[in-house]
Design a protein around this ligand. Sequence first.
Ligand SMILES: [Zn+2]
Length: 90
Amino acid sequence: MAKRPSKHLRAPRPLSVTHATSETRHDGVWMVQTMSAHAAVKTYLCPGCLQQIREGTPHLVTWPLTPGLLSTSGVEERRHWHTPCWRRRR
Ligand SMILES: [Zn+2]
């Protein structure tokens, strides 16, 4: 019976930045985070096609790296997108 090697203890990072990557678009830099089916526990409205993203559908969450003038953090401006809708967005 082999023991699994112990992992280094790491401080948990805030959920909002876990797995987020940055993408540069014509209107600036966006942070993009993958939402797994397991994590998608609500129905969202996709701004790309104006259709619902149903519960349990893997999708993307995006927010601007640079927040707008009226918010203190770009994370407050996050939007849920169908993955193909975000890919189609220019
Ligand atoms: Zn969509």
